[in-house]
Design a protein around this ligand. Structure first.
Ligand SMILES: *[C@@H]1O[C@H](CO)[C@@H](O)[C@H](O)[C@H]1NC(C)=O
Ligand SMILES: *[C@@H]1O[C@H](CO)[C@@H](O)[C@H](O)[C@H]1NC(C)=O
Ligand SMILES: *[C@@H]1O[C@H](CO)[C@@H](O)[C@H](O)[C@H]1NC(C)=O
Ligand SMILES: *[C@@H]1O[C@H](CO)[C@@H](O)[C@H](O)[C@H]1NC(C)=O
Ligand SMILES: *[C@@H]1O[C@H](CO)[C@@H](O)[C@H](O)[C@H]1NC(C)=O
Ligand SMILES: *[C@@H]1O[C@H](CO)[C@@H](O)[C@H](O)[C@H]1NC(C)=O
Ligand SMILES: *[C@@H]1O[C@H](CO)[C@@H](O)[C@H](O)[C@H]1NC(C)=O
Length: 472
């Protein structure tokens, strides 16, 4: 995630009518004296979503989860329904952190109506509307985030980016957030209300950090971040962002926020480092973004076990029943690779004159230590029309310098489109090669079967009966 906008202004309040009706209905905020309270104008009903955990040979098991909206996007209000942060915090209601916490409550979200977030089975769809959304995957208790541990594993999902234009970003990534959202005596809301966000930009726009109201934006919330997917239909990027941190989230203040993390990361953007016709709209591209695709990301370790050192991040796509390896890097001076390794990152810094921050902050090994502890899954749809998303999809830096062109978009292409939408579905995590291909002799089809339908080379899927097909 790069250059995320200040988050103060992202929250959206319901219409006046809804507010008045709720007040008449007598719902008031919980009378806790703790900070970061829960409001009850809108009941919090997490949209349900399924995901799968997969094992080589055994296949995939469906898990029930749900999504929750990030706390910053929620309506924060007083008992009488006055917004506490109409444009930054109201200094009368929030003169200091304690008063603000006691006065203001985070409310439930109208997912479909206000935020354009709907789920159906294994799919979640976000329509941008007036400001997009950022959501997290909750486990079956609805009170904790799913803690993904992907070392020596792969993470797979299907995505439809066909309706995501220039300057918009439909992102899916891991942040090492607290699994309970930082639930504490000073945070009654917790993961159920989407608290605890942190990332490698150490964002200072988060309203509540570790139970403290960030009244003047002096606090930042830092953690290791693994961007599996930042993309629109024109461009895509895969990026580890390590921090010096050896534990989860870290609250920084002022100068202590500097140089703690690598905000740029060691990115793999095919358009920039490899081919301009690998990923894009239409069949002239290897991966055609006008159609749904499966995105596979593998976290390879040096010892072939989860306790090893992260040595490579590999990417595959599956589209129209074909496995498509990632684009091969063709930059002069780089060894031919199509994955993120330490050599790739070091060579890219030299050849493209990129920041060395990735290595300064421990590089892939440090990223791997964070992933081994576990991370929370974040999905979002955001835009940067004014600030520009050129680091992802356009001209970043001085034209003519090596590697400044990241994608085909120009500022003229950055136009507002509230109907922009992204759909993530079929989230799977498991043993290497278990989420998108089946081993020889394994099942690859049949009624009620939900595992991978592609067979690993050289076997093919052979129909046996309506309930069973097998890789032979
Ligand atoms: C801040 O809150 C006070 C007290 O309720 C109110 O009088 C004032 O209008 C609010 N300011 C803004 C900018 O909303
Ligand atoms: C949910 O998905 C199912 C299966 O793909 C589809 O048949 C159904 O129409 C969808 N429901 C909605 C409300 O979109
Ligand atoms: C911001 O708020 C914190 C906590 O209330 C306080 O310690 C700090 O001095 C404030 N900083 C500024 C610049 O007002
Ligand atoms: C959050 O606050 C608690 C005490 O309220 C403290 O023990 C903990 O270290 C803090 N966490 C972070 C990440 O600063
Ligand atoms: C992070 O670690 C690197 C390497 O040890 C060091 O140069 C840098 O100063 C550290 N940053 C902070 C904020 O401690
Ligand atoms: C950007 O705008 C130019 C000029 O209108 C147009 O030719 C081009 O196709 C647009 N590119 C994208 C990716 O939308
Ligand atoms: C996964 O599949 C690839 C390509 O077929 C193969 O090279 C690799 O060894 C497999 N890895 C495992 C752990 O099965």
């Amino acid at each position: 995630m790069r250059r995320i906008k200040t988050l103060h202004d992202l929250c959206r309040q319901p219409s006046l009518v809804t507010t008045m009706l709720s007040i008449l209905a007598g719902s008031l905020l919980a009378s806790l004296a703790a900070a970061q309270q829960i409001g009850t104008f809108t009941p919090e009903v997490h949209p349900p979503i399924t995901y799968q955990t997969c094992e080589a040979w055994k296949g995939c098991t469906t898990q029930q989860g749900s999504v929750t909206l990030d706390a910053n996007y929620r309506w924060l209000h007083t008992a009488s329904g006055q917004t506490c942060n109409p444009s930054g915090f109201n200094k009368t209601l929030c003169p200091d952190a304690t008063t603000c916490g006691e006065t203001c409550a985070l409310d439930g979200a109208d997912y479909a109506g206000t935020y354009g977030v709907t789920t159906n089975g294994s799919a979640v769809d976000i329509v941008f509307g007036s400001g997009g959304a950022r959501i997290y995957l909750l486990d079956d208790t609805g009170k904790n985030y799913v803690n993904f541990k992907v070392m020596n594993q792969e993470f797979t999902f299907d995505i439809d980016v066909s309706n995501v234009p220039c300057a918009y970003n439909g992102a899916l990534y891991f942040s090492e957030m607290p699994v309970d959202g930082g639930l504490s005596a000073t945070n009654a809301a917790g993961a159920a209300y989407g608290t605890g966000y942190c990332d490698s930009q150490c964002p200072t726009g988060i309203n509540f950090i570790n139970g403290t109201t960030n009244v003047n934006g002096s606090l930042g919330s830092c953690c290791n971040e693994m961007d599996i997917w930042e993309a629109n239909s024109l461009d895509t990027q895969l990026t580890p962002h390590p921090c010096n941190l050896t534990t989860g989230d870290f609250v920084c203040e002022g100068a202590s926020c500097d140089n703690l993390c690598d905000p740029s990361g060691c990115e793999f953007n095919p358009f920039r480092v490899s081919s301009q016709s690998f990923y894009g709209r239409g069949s002239s591209n290897v991966v055609d973004t006008t159609k749904v695709m499966t995105v596979v990301t593998q976290f390879i370790t040096d010892n072939g076990a989860a306790d090893g050192t992260l040595s490579a991040i590999k990417r595959f796509y599956v589209q129209d029943g074909k496995v498509i390896p990632n684009s091969v890097v063709t930059l002069a001076g780089l060894p031919e690779v199509n994955d993120i390794t330490s050599d790739y990152c070091t060579a890219k810094m030299t050849v493209l004159d990129d920041s060395t921050a990735f290595n300064v902050h421990g590089g892939l090994a440090q990223m791997g230590e964070s992933l081994a502890r576990g991370a929370v899954l974040v999905m979002s749809l955001w835009d940067d029309l004014a600030g520009d998303m050129s680091w992802l999809d356009g001209l970043e830096g001085t034209a003519g310098q090596p590697g400044t062109l990241r994608g085909p978009c120009t500022p003229a292409n950055a136009t507002s489109d509230p109907s922009t939408s992204v759909t993530f579905s079929n989230i799977r995590v498991g043993d290497l090669n278990s989420t998108f291909t089946q081993v020889k002799f394994g099942q690859c089809g049949g009624q009620f079967y939900t595992g991978p339908t592609l067979c690993a080379d050289p076997s093919t899927c052979v129909f046996s009966n309506p309930y069973y097909s097998q890789c032979l």
